[in-house]
Design a protein around this ligand. Structure first.
Ligand code: GLU
Length: 507
């Protein structure tokens, strides 16, 4: 590629960031980094009715958490700013007016009542929801029908108006999508979309073209829901005279949930997150849970997202970010929707937790344990615990259950698992074991050897003794190997737990 690759993620700050949005970020990011290019974040905030306080900061925080930070953005700066469309407002009108002067667009003065009337009058069985298009445009109050003087008078008087594109009749236009191949559209089927709104703000249609042009975007990835608008954008690139600089487009497939397009409602219904991070709606106070708070590692999150619609052509599923950057190619992005499977998402996280080095988990696990009111004696101890239990943790909060007993002796025992088979002989065994352990080297291997030796001498199957020992140390039937646990918690604490439990088991 001759020009430097420049891609953009262009969210509207209207709420939480959905899985599909983060995957768009990710594919942008991977594509840019694969080609040594730049990844730009542009905030599309021209729809002031939909603007939501805090949503921009939330998006920035999500990108940071996921490790997908932009090279240019409203906060990172860059040579092509401003990066918020509301701050670029002044530059759009000239292009809209240029289109009017060149005959590709027109001023429309129709009031909401005029539009309502049009929809009523032209409604028919064949056309249940009439659009503002070539069928009706010559019957409406716009500069195509008014004389130049009438139009000028209305504009001079400050009459509320919009600028609409004049969609040509009977043309076929198309483009080659990087994922879907060549796609064609009949221009007559598309309505005369508003380009500039009455408040002077551009609509998405005008802004996306002007900004992709002026920010020198080379490749644009967006959701497939934008495909129907593509003919409008194609014409704008052409009418504005920029056709040879149009970015290559890729329309990304949907992420599918259990019932079609994955939605926030699916998340609520089935109990899985669909947002990157927790999002609290400032107006309603409604909280939507995120992958971060659910306990996903960012590395696992981007790994599972990358695989929702892409693979490297092999069976390989676990990829680091560096590997994704190296391997990513649009040729291997599927055009069909990708199905989100929460069990599979958890599998990815489990794999990542297992393979993470202890040090990288330390601070998050410390936070989880401290939140449970546990005090952590020292770093080395915490690291040993993490090393022992991480295999058993799928989501990060699992560390609370899997690790707590290392820091606090059990307050309750699973007596139902012990009592039916408890005996005098077993009680005696543990008393002797403790005495014998006084002189044993305190390592898991030596503790185990000494245990087995005594079991053989007492003619009790080790299997019959291991479960009670586990319950003494842990309280329940889970956790890593009992001798590993004893090695970590130490001699004094182990003896205390056995002694306390013998009282409870005997009572
Ligand atoms: N603001 C649009 C959206 O949030 C951006 C689409 C695009 O990337 O062009 O869907």
């Amino acid at each position: 590629m001759s020009n430097k690759v420049r891609v953009r993620f262009a969210p509207s700050p209207t709420g939480g960031l959905h899985l599909g949005g983060v995957r768009t970020v990710l594919y942008n990011y991977l594509f840019a980094k694969h080609h040594g290019g730049d990844f730009i974040l542009r905030i599309e905030d021209t729809d002031q009715n939909r603007y939501v306080e805090g949503a921009e900061q939330y998006i920035l925080d999500c990108l940071k958490w996921a490790g997908l930070e932009p090279d240019e953005s409203p906060v990172h700066g860059g040579a092509f700013g401003p990066y918020r469309q509301s701050e670029r407002k002044a530059m759009y009108r000239q292009y809209a007016e240029q289109l009017v002067n060149d005959g590709y667009a027109y001023y429309a003065f129709d009031t909401p009542e005029d539009l309502e009337k049009m929809r009523e009058t032209h409604k028919s069985a064949d056309n249940p929801s009439p659009q503002y298009d070539h069928h009706v445009r010559m019957k409406m109050r716009n500069s195509l029908n008014l004389t130049a003087d009438e139009t000028k008078a209305l504009l001079d008087a400050g009459t509320r108006h919009v600028i609409r594109i004049k969609m040509p009749q009977g043309e076929t236009i198309g483009f080659t999508d990087m994922i879907r191949g060549y796609i064609e559209f009949e221009t007559s089927l598309v309505d005369d979309k508003v380009l500039l709104k009455a408040d002077g703000m551009p609509t998405y249609h005008l802004a996306v073209v002007v900004d992709d042009y002026s920010m020198k975007i080379t490749h644009a990835f967006r959701g497939e829901e934008w495909l129907p608008s593509a003919p409008v954008h194609l014409l704008l690139w052409k009418y504005l005279g920029w056709h040879d600089q149009m970015p290559q487009w890729a329309h990304l497939p949907l992420i599918l949930g259990p019932n079609g397009k994955l939605s926030k409602r699916d998340g609520a219904k089935y109990g899985f997150p669909v947002f990157a991070m927790n999002w609290k709606d400032p107006k309603t106070g409604e909280l939507t849970e995120g992958f971060r708070e659910k306990g996903f590692l960012p590395e696992a999150f981007i790994n599972l997202l990358a695989l929702l619609g892409w693979n490297d052509g092999t069976e390989k599923e676990i990829f680091t970010k560096a590997e994704l950057i190296e391997k990513f190619s649009l040729e291997r992005v599927h055009a069909a929707g990708a199905k989100f499977d929460y069990e599979k998402a958890k599998w990815f996280n489990h794999e990542w937790v297992k393979q993470s080095v202890v040090g990288s988990l330390e601070s998050v696990v410390r936070g989880i344990l401290e939140e449970k009111g546990l005090s952590i004696p020292d770093e080395a101890f915490l690291r040993k615990v993490i090393g022992l239990v991480k295999e058993r943790c799928t989501l990060l909060p699992d560390f609370a259950e899997q690790a707590s007993f290392f820091f606090k002796s059990p307050v309750e025992y699973d007596l139902a698992a012990v009592k039916p088979k408890w005996s005098e002989a077993k009680d005696a065994f543990f008393k002797v074991l403790i005495a014998q352990y006084e002189t044993v080297n305190w390592s898991a291997a030596d503790l185990e050897a000494s245990f087995k030796e005594l079991a053989t001498a007492k003619a009790i199957k080790p299997g019959e003794l291991l479960l009670p020992l586990r319950i003494m140390l842990v309280g329940g039937k889970f956790g890593p190997g009992v001798f590993d646990i004893m090695e970590v918690i130490g001699k004094e604490e182990s003896f205390k737990r056995v002694a306390d439990a013998l009282v409870a088991f005997g009572g």
